[in-house]
Design a binder for this molecule. Structure first.
Ligand SMILES: *Cc1c(COP(=O)(O)O)cnc(C)c1O
Length: 232
């Protein structure tokens, strides 16, 4: 890919807009998270200069130098599998955690957030596709999980997150994204959270348009936006 970062940002935003139009949604309801895990501090800085506000990283080890330099700009999203012993590193730095997938992690997030006197916005990661290589709670476990964390007052459950299997034809991912939306609506009907769960974090470079058509409110885009470091 020889296009510049600015061209790619513009192209992605056109594609988001068209997917919204196709599905009768407002493009203001969809936020692009630029996933910078493959790229350098310089490139991450250029993304912020280019007008994107939301940065996604999946490992603290890769994010640390970028956050230290740029953490005062933009909004930071932790999107990868989060080890319990890394909670202390990310709490207070990442405003959103997309990968809450177990009670022990919820406990530790609550403990550290409470100690810091802050709230942390979380998405619960759900394994809709049922692939055993994917992290995430089984959909059937969600009601009990929400009941268990109901008293964790510093965790604000704002949404659900999922990852679809990689498919050559993105259309094949549609049932996964639709499944997450339907699960959200069903859970809201059970009224297990103080506020309804509104957000859906779903869609990556290969499948974000389908995810948007199915209701994504946050798309997490790496390759299509910033490429890999060897490229440009
Ligand atoms: C790497 C990653 C992405 C971005 O992947 P691309 O296919 O490069 O867009 C999105 N979400 C998660 C959880 C990731 O780990």
């Amino acid at each position: 890919m020889s296009s510049t970062l600015q061209e790619r940002i513009a192209e992605v935003s056109r594609r988001v807009k068209r997917a919204c139009e196709r599905s009768g949604r407002s493009s203001q309801d969809v936020t692009v998270i630029a996933v910078t895990k493959y790229v350098s501090l310089e490139k991450t800085s250029a993304v912020l200069d280019g007008g994107l506000q939301d940065i996604g990283e999946s490992r603290w080890q890769d994010a640390e130098n970028k956050w230290k330099a740029l953490g005062n700009r933009g909004t930071w999203h932790f999107i990868g599998h989060l080890q319990t012993n890394k909670v202390k590193d990310v709490i207070g730095k990442f405003q959103y955690i997309h990968s809450l997938d177990r009670l022990s992690l919820a406990k530790e997030l609550q403990r550290k957030a409470e100690a810091a006197g802050i709230d942390v916005k979380v998405f619960i990661q759900v394994n809709i596709s049922g692939e055993d290589t994917k992290f995430g709670l089984e959909p059937e476990k969600m009601p009990d999980f929400l009941r268990e964390i109901a008293g964790y007052n510093n965790l604000k459950v704002i949404g659900l997150m999922t990852m679809a299997p990689h498919e050559e034809d993105p259309e094949l991912t549609r049932p996964v994204f639709r499944g997450l939306r339907e699960l959200r609506d069903k859970l809201n009907g059970l009224e297990l959270t103080p506020e309804p769960i509104t957000e859906l974090s779903m869609g990556m470079s290969n499948d974000f348009e389908v995810a948007i058509e199915e209701g994504a409110t946050w798309v997490r885009l790496g390759t299509v936006l910033v490429g890999h470091e060897e490229g440009s």
